[in-house]
Design a binder for this molecule. Structure first.
Ligand code: HGY
Ligand code: MN
Ligand code: MN
Length: 421
């Protein structure tokens, strides 16, 4: 089978980077259903059409390219990733696996390789939580678990300016045949995603390929602390209900709690905060913020959430503030299918590419897909472990090695008849 087209990948990464809502920043911002996102969609759809692949989009904007196999009645193989970004993010997160999926179908098609099963490249909409505060929106609705089933559910999901997902998607012409988005177990044979590692492990080991065995899952909690807005000079220190100080205690409590677990796949982050009225000489009356918890095991992750909610109760007593919270998402960690891991190991051995089996600290659409079908991920290194930052970087040589493994793995899976258990 011929190698992936390096120029296609390089041009694609560069071109997608131009579809950016924050050109004034060093990094890239591409939130769901913004102009930058719609330009990226048009570009990706043009690549799919040029490749002569079947093209369709579902009701929430997941984009599909299909390469027919010899028996379209068999459950297909899906490969793909996302094409949205965090605010001021990098050029590679999601993009490598999205372009890589299109290119993998082209390589298999142009090489004239026999394959039993249909193969679909899936470009998921809104994997990042940037706009609506919940990650993996497109793949959540494909798996269709509670809260992500009907079009009604899109009316409860709002962005910071109060625009609902329903309004944002219907304004762009989506929302049709919404019930067709959902897939059930058995509909898809396997899902495989190529992605940058977003951490330092592969680079520190000098190994070009990661094979993911487990994916940490997020719990998202949005919190509002209500104190008393007062004068910063005439209010004595012992007469305050300062929501900013309560916020500070929560942030430090989260940090020390997660550190005490002493495991790289258990993390707690407060990355987004709004203070009101946000004035230097006014005691903050209200602080709104999000908590992002991660865990590779559900029990300790759920206990972290319970314990921090217990801490809120303690602070209400201690500081006389009100604390309201809502658990916006509480996903379960998922593990790769062992047969798929073995298959990818075999590809790496055949191609004499050293590999390392590892967990993913980041979540991915693969986390959702694993609820529907056997899943596995292929990682390529991230320079200095940097991601969700303009300095995110993976070399084209490393991306091409990842493509070698992806293309051969997808082809072998598409010709597999034994079940993946
Ligand atoms: O936040 C994550 O783990 C992913 O990059 N969206
Ligand atoms: Mn990301
Ligand atoms: Mn990603």
């Amino acid at each position: 089978m011929k190698r992936a087209d390096r120029k296609f990948m390089e041009d694609g990464i560069r071109t997608l980077h131009t579809f950016n809502s924050t050109p004034e920043l060093k990094g890239n911002t591409r939130y769901i259903f913004t102009d930058a996102d719609m330009q990226a969609r048009d570009y990706l759809k043009s690549l799919i059409k040029e490749a002569g692949l079947e093209l369709y989009e579902d009701g929430i904007g997941n984009i599909f390219a299909v390469l027919r196999g010899e028996d379209s009645k068999l459950p297909p193989v899906w490969t793909g990733s996302h094409f949205d970004t965090v605010i001021n993010g990098g050029m590679y997160d999601g993009v490598v696996g999205s372009l890589g999926a299109i290119e993998a179908l082209k390589v298999i098609k142009d090489s004239g390789e026999r394959h039993l099963r249909d193969i679909a490249a899936v470009l998921f909409t809104s994997e990042e939580s940037g706009r609506f505060g919940i990650g993996c929106l497109g793949s959540h609705f494909i798996t269709g678990e509670e809260g992500f089933v009907s079009i009604e559910d899109t009316k409860r999901i709002k962005d910071d300016s109060g625009v609902t997902l329903y309004e944002a998607m219907t304004e762009r012409g989506y929302g049709k045949d919404f019930e067709k988005i959902r897939k059930k177990k058995g509909d898809i044979f396997a899902f495989i995603e190529l992605h940058i590692e977003q951490g330092p492990v592969l680079e520190s080991m000098g190994i070009p390929i990661g094979i993911v065995t487990g994916i940490t899952a997020p719990t998202y909690i949005s919190v509002t602390i209500k104190g008393e807005q007062r004068h910063a000079g005439s209010t004595p220190m012992n007469a305050r209900k300062d929501s900013m100080c309560a916020f500070a205690e929560i942030v430090l409590e989260l940090e020390s709690y997660a550190k005490s677990l002493g495991h790289p796949n258990f993390c707690a982050t407060v990355g987004k905060v709004n203070v009101s009225p946000n004035a230097s000489n006014v005691i903050a009356g209200e602080v709104r913020f999000t908590i992002d918890l991660r865990g590779i095991k559900s029990k300790p992750k759920d206990k972290m959430a319970e314990d921090i909610i217990r801490f809120f109760a303690y602070l209400k007593e201690k500081r006389g503030v009100k604390i309201e919270y809502h658990i916006d998402a509480n996903d379960k960690p998922m593990f790769s299918n062992e047969n798929l891991v073995e298959l990818i190991e075999g590809v790496c051995e055949d191609k004499k590419l050293p590999y390392h089996k590892m967990n993913s600290g980041a979540y991915h659409d693969s986390l959702m897909m694993a609820k529907l079908c056997p899943m596995a991920m292929i990682f390529v290194p991230s320079k200095d472990g940097i991601s969700h930052d303009p300095d995110e970087y993976t070399s084209m040589d490393e991306i091409m090695e990842g493509m070698d493994v992806l293309c051969e793995s997808v082809l072998r899976i598409a010709n597999r008849t034994e079940p993946l258990n």
